[in-house]
Structures are given as C-alpha cells and as structure tokens.
Ligand binder design. Structure first.
Ligand SMILES: Cc1cc2nc3c(=O)[nH]c(=O)nc-3n(C[C@H](O)[C@H](O)[C@H](O)COP(=O)(O)OP(=O)(O)OC[C@H]3O[C@@H](n4cnc5c(N)ncnc54)[C@H](O)[C@@H]3O)c2cc1C
Length: 397
C-alpha cells in the first residue's frame, strides 16, 4: 500500500485523490485542509463556469486539459446527479479593435478542436439576448455552468468510501525528516511518513513548495481578487446566457462578464484586483507578510511597472460601484447600479508570476523526488480538475 498525502482540500486536491483512489487499490489517500471545511478558497468562490478551451494557446497544457476536462466534468456531473447545464456562452466584441481579437479567438477555438462555434447574426443575437449590445458576437455552445461545491462533495464522499481520510483544520507545516523515497510530514496535529506528497495549495503553492523542499520556489503567487455583484431577482431577465467580453490576450483574466448560476440567479464579475493579502476577500484586507513578500520579489515589481494602467483600472472598479457597473454596461448598456443587491461575493485567484514579471498563462506542475507540486492552476482549473488529475497520474506517478 502506498501512503499518499495531498496537501490542500480544494477541487484539485480532491480530484487527484478521487482519480488516484479510482485508479488502483494500492493507494491510501490522506487529504489535509487547513480550513474547517473543504473548498473554502478558489474552488468555492469562482464563477461556476464550465470552460471548453476557447482562449488557450493551441498546444498548451491548458488547451489540452480544458478540452478533455469539460467532457470528463460533465460526465462526472451526470453520473453523480450534480446540478449543471450546458447553456452556451456568447463572447461579444464591442468595438472595431475587438472584432479582430474575436476573430483570432474563434480561430484559436477551432484549432483547439471546439465544436459548433458560430458568429451570430444581429437577428440571432436579438432572439437569444435582446439586451446585449455587440458589433460581433461569437456563440460557444459547449460551455455551461455547474455547482463546483456539489462536485467537491461527491469527490470527497468517494475518497472517504474508498478508505481515504480527509483531515480538516489540519495545516501542513513542512517536513520533519526527508529521504528520497519517504517523507515525514509535519502537520498541526501529527507527524507521519508518506510515500508521495502532492502539493495542491493554490494561493500558497509557492510557500508550500519551499516548506516541503527547502528550496526557493521557481515562481511567486500573486493574489488577484475577483469581485462579483448579484443581480436582484426582479432584474435577472436582463440576461439569459453567459455573456463575456473579448478578453485582453495579455492577461489570463476574462473580463467582467454576466453569469447565469445553477440556482437560477445572475451575477456580474469578476474584476481582477491585485490583492494586498493572499486570502483577502475585502478591499480593506491587508497582510504585512504578503505585502513584503510581493514587494521584495523582483518579478512583482517588474509586473507592476509593465501593467500599472491595468492594475489601477481594476483597483478603481473595486473602490467604485460606478466603475464596476461601467464594465458591465459595455455588454448590456441598460444595467444600472440599482439592479444589483448589496454585498456581492469575491474569490481570490492564485496567479503565478515568473521572476521576470511575466504572468504564467499555462498550468505548471513539477516533480521533486517523491513530491509533486501544482504550482499554477488558474482558471479553468476547476473545469479541468479531473483531466489535470489524470494527467498527473499518467505523467508523474
Ligand atoms: C474569482 C474566480 C473565478 C474563477 N472562475 C472559474 C470558472 O468559472 N471556471 C473554472 O474552471 N475555474 C475558475 N476559476 C479557477 C478555479 O477556481 C481554480 O483553478 C481552482 O479552484 C483551483 O483549485 P485548487 O484546489 O488548486 O485551489 P484552492 O481551491 O484554492 O484550494 C487550495 C486549498 O489548499 C488549502 N491550503 C493551503 N495551504 C495549506 C496548508 N499548508 N495545509 C493544508 N491546506 C492548505 C487552502 O485552504 C485551500 O482550501 C476561478 C477562480 C477564481 C478565484
């Protein structure tokens, strides 16, 4: 029997535990989560969208795993009776410059192997989305929505029913002893030897890498908060589908969009605000450790100097409702402040930055002796969680 410790009880840790359990009876899975429940961070605070691979560079791991991942996730939902719906998405070009970017996106989607991509005529758009303003609109029929909370619950139940253990309120602190094939893992509550350790700690993947390997991490995580506003029920008919702007290809963020939720609600967001705390869900949250950590990293300073205008624009949309609503108005000019309920939700993205200040767009997974580290798993990491898990099992275990 191989003892496997998975650090981090988000959707990735759970998907890897689930797939490993399923793959062979020779693995005994233990998942460690520092919070009092699973999925409290990125996996429980995202848009709930099933992405099918439209945006990602052809040949990249993201493109491959998003395409496989959405199929695997939909089939997982069908088997486990999880709320989901393939409702399709429309990506909207709002000016001449965006038409070219939208054409490029459609080409990318075709190269990545998506089916059914289609530019809508004005009439077709009006029938589907009477309130959306576009000069060109691309229908992406394969995308959808899902409850990732239910997905995580089903994965956790499977792991437990297969003799796995899930430890909540139990933070992994590092290693007590180290050899090439076995590792004495130190947690808040106990120490135990494991044959394999898998780091899936999202916003802390770089720090966990250092605490487990005693080496400097090759990347640094920068937290980007994404804030949402909820459309009051009486106005929710203003949008039927998922409506997205054409994203700026320089960034991995998709821009403020309208999302239909599986519970029937509608949300707008998220923006992408550089957060002053890794798990900072409010714009007043601040951590001295996280701020010093970022400010002493050359990659962060380079990133900021190259992306200052972007960072300020997103910061403004966090401070001012008007600036936030203006982003939404680009897609649906009729939306107004009063249509939103107060106190929207937020999620914080873990985004890896290189020492050169570049945003790492692709998933990043490395192996060090008997440890596997998922260093960068931003969106569509939830959609692709099962395919990422299978990829790790096939290539690293
Ligand atoms: C605002 C936002 C919108 C998004 N929208 C989408 C979307 O629509 N579709 C999509 O596919 N993806 C989306 N994503 C991306 C997706 O949510 C992530 O790719 C995915 O959730 C990553 O999962 P994870 O398990 O790696 O990270 P997390 O969910 O962050 O899990 C990491 C876990 O590790 C725990 N942890 C950290 N350190 C320790 C330690 N030392 N010991 C024990 N536990 C520890 C944390 O508490 C946490 O629970 C979005 C993300 C955000 C933030």
């Amino acid at each position: 029997m191989k003892e496997v410790a998975i650090v981090g009880g988000g959707i990735l840790g759970l998907a890897i535990g689930y797939e490993l359990s399923k793959s062979s009876s020779k693995y005994k899975i233990s998942i460690f989560e520092k919070e009092s429940a699973l999925g409290r961070h990125q996996s429980g605070n995202n848009s709930g969208v099933l992405h099918c691979g439209l945006y990602y560079k052809p040949g990249s791991l993201k493109a491959q795993l998003a395409l496989e991942g959405i199929k695997q996730m939909i089939s997982f939902c069908q088997v486990n009776n999880i709320d989901h719906e393939v409702c399709g998405k429309i990506v909207v070009a709002s000016d001449e410059r965006e038409i070219k970017l939208l054409d490029d996106l459609a080409m990318r989607g075709n190269l990545n192997g998506l089916s059914g991509l289609k530019f809508l005529t004005n009439q077709e758009l009006k029938i589907r989305e009477p309130n959306v303003k576009a000069i060109k609109a691309l229908l992406v029929p394969e995308e959808g929505i899902v409850s990732y909370k239910q997905v995580m619950e089903a994965m956790a139940n499977y792991i437990k029913s297969d003799n796995g253990e899930i430890f909540i309120n139990n933070k992994v602190l590092g290693l007590s002893k180290f050899s090439e094939n076995s590792t004495l893992l130190k947690t808040e509550k106990f120490e135990k030897t494991y044959d394999l350790i898998i780091n899936c700690t999202g916003l802390f993947s770089d720090r966990t890498f250092t605490s487990l390997t005693k080496q400097k991490s090759p990347i640094k995580i920068l937290p980007f908060r994404g804030e949402y506003m909820h459309i009051a029920d009486e106005y929710k008919q203003i949008v039927n589908h998922l409506i997205y702007p054409v994203p700026d290809p320089q960034y991995p963020f998709l821009g403020v969009h309208f999302t239909r939720m599986v519970n029937g609600g509608r949300e707008v967001g998220p923006n992408a605000v550089l957060a002053l705390k890794r798990e900072g869900y409010r714009n007043t949250d601040f951590s001295l450790i996280d701020a010093i950590d970022a400010l002493t990293y050359n990659g962060f300073l380079r990133f900021l100097s190259n992306n200052f205008k972007f960072a300020i624009g997103e910061f403004a949309s966090s401070l001012s409702t008007k600036a936030f609503v203006n982003k939404a108005k680009k897609l649906i000019p009729e939306v107004e402040d009063y249509m939103f309920t107060k106190g929207g939700t937020a999620g914080v993205r873990a985004q890896a930055i290189s020492p050169q200040g570049e945003i790492l767009m692709d998933f990043n997974i490395i192996k060090e002796n008997n440890q596997i580290h998922v260093l960068n798993a931003p969106s569509p990491g939830a959609t692709a969680s099962l395919s990422i898990a299978k990829y790790i099992i096939q290539n690293y275990i």
